[in-house]
Write a protein that binds this ligand. Structure first.
Ligand code: SF4
Ligand code: SF4
Length: 337
C-alpha cells in the first residue's frame, strides 16, 4: 500500500490550488466592483483589473476568431483572449486540468456537493460519495449531451454566422466595451427569472455531483475537445486492481474507471482524486505515450507552469492591458447604470 501522506498529496494540493484561485477571483471581483463604482458614481479611483475578462469566454471566442482571421490581437479585451488561449493550451497538454485545479465555478460546485453530502449525513443518510442523489444511468448520456448542444449553439452563432465585419463591429460596440460591467449588474440586480435559475442550479448542485460542470457548462465542453487528444491519461493496471470502486466513488465526473485501462474521456478533469484514493500502489497512475508512469504531481506542476507562463508572457509583451483608457471606459459605463 502507498504511504497515506504521499498518496493523498495531489488531493490536498488540488484543494489548496482551488482555494488560491477562488480567493484571487474574489479579490479581482472586489477590485472590479471598486472600479465600477468609480466609473458610475464618482467613487475613489481603482484601476480596472484585466483578469476580470476571464469571465467573458464568449467575447474571448470572438477575439480568437478575429485573431485567426486577421492576426491582430484583441486590443480591447487582450487579457480575456490570453486567458482563453492559456486554458485551451493547458487543456490540450494536461487534460481538463483547468476545470479540476483552477476554475472557481468547478470548485464552488464541488463544495456545494460536499455540503449536500454532509447534510445527508445529518439526516441519517450516510455520506454517499457520489452526491445525495445519483443520476439514473439512462439519463446520464442525454444530460451529458446538453453542454455540447450549448457549445454547438455558441459556435454556430460565432464561428459560422458572424463574418469578420460583424465581429469587428461587435467588438468595438459600447455593449462589448461594457460587457464586464453588464455582467456585474446582472448579478447585483438579478431579474426574478435569473434568481429562479440560480437557485435551481444551486439546489441541483447540492444534490447531484458537479451538476453544472458535468451537464451544462459549455466552456467545459469546449475544453473536453483538446483534452481528448491530450498526451496525459490516467492508466489502470487491471492486474493489481481489486475492484473496490473507491476511484469511481470519488471521481467528480462519475466516470466508469474500472471499465477502462486508459481514460481518454473528455469528461476527465485531471483532478487525480482517483489516483490519490486508490488503495493499491501503482494501480492507477498518470501515463503518457512517452512514459508509462509519471509522478502524479507532474500534471499540476506542468499545468500551473504553462498557465502562469502564458499569463506572464502576455504581461511582458503588452498583450494584457486594454488599449482603452479607464477614463474612456468610464464614459461608456455611465450609459449602462
Ligand atoms: S480504487 Fe484502485 S483498486 Fe479500487 S477499483 Fe479503483 S483502480 Fe481498482
Ligand atoms: S478519472 Fe480520475 S482524474 Fe479523471 S476526473 Fe475522475 S477522478 Fe479525476
Amino acid at each position: 500500500m502507498a504511504d497515506g501522506r504521499i498518496r493523498f498529496l495531489p488531493s490536498r494540493l488540488r484543494f489548496l490550488c482551488q482555494n488560491v484561485f477562488a480567493f484571487y477571483c474574489l479579490f479581482i471581483g472586489y477590485r472590479f466592483y471598486l472600479f465600477f463604482v468609480w466609473a458610475t458614481e464618482n467613487g475613489h479611483y481603482t484601476p480596472r483589473p484585466p483578469s476580470v475578462e476571464a469571465f467573458l469566454p464568449i467575447g474571448a471566442l470572438l477575439s480568437l476568431k478575429q485573431f485567426i482571421l486577421t492576426h491582430r490581437y484583441d486590443p480591447i479585451h487582450p487579457a480575456g483572449l490570453t486567458i482563453f488561449i492559456a486554458v485551451l493550451v493547458v487543456s490540450f497538454l494536461f487534460r481538463k486540468g483547468f476545470c479540476g485545479w483552477i476554475c472557481p465555478i468547478g470548485f464552488a460546485s464541488e463544495l456545494l456537493n460536499t455540503m449536500g453530502r454532509h447534510a445527508a449525513q445529518l439526516f441519517g443518510h450516510g455520506t454517499p460519495r457520489h452526491g445525495l442523489l445519483r443520476t439514473p444511468a439512462w439519463l446520464e448520456y442525454p444530460l451529458l449531451l446538453l453542454k455540447y448542444l450549448l457549445l454547438g449553439f455558441f459556435c454556430y452563432l460565432i464561428l459560422w454566422k458572424m463574418d469578420l465585419a460583424a465581429l469587428e463591429q461587435f467588438s468595438r460596440s459600447p455593449y462589448s466595451l461594457t460587457a464586464d460591467g453588464r455582467m456585474l449588474l446582472f448579478f447585483f440586480h438579478p431579474s426574478r427569472l435569473t434568481l429562479i435559475v440560480i437557485l435551481c442550479l444551486l439546489g441541483l448542485s447540492l444534490v447531484f455531483r458537479n451538476f453544472w460542470c458535468r451537464y451544462l457548462c459549455p466552456y467545459g465542453a469546449l475544453l473536453g475537445l483538446p483534452a481528448m487528444v491530450s498526451p496525459l491519461q490516467v492508466a489502470r493496471d487491471k492486474t493489481t486492481c481489486i475492484d473496490c470502486k473507491k476511484c469511481e466513488d470519488i471521481c467528480p465526473s462519475s466516470l466508469p474507471i474500472t471499465a477502462k485501462t486508459l481514460l481518454r474521456s473528455p469528461e476527465c478533469i485531471g483532478c487525480l482524486e482517483c489516483v490519490s484514493h486508490c488503495p493499491r500502489k501503482d494501480c492507477l497512475t498518470l501515463a503518457s505515450p512517452f512514459a508509462k508512469k509519471l509522478p502524479p504531481l507532474a500534471l499540476p506542476a506542468g499545468l500551473l507552469t504553462v498557465f502562469l507562463t502564458i499569463w506572464l508572457a502576455a504581461e511582458v509583451t503588452g498583450h494584457w492591458h486594454s488599449a482603452i483608457p479607464d477614463d474612456t471606459l468610464r464614459h461608456y459605463y455611465q450609459t449602462i447604470k
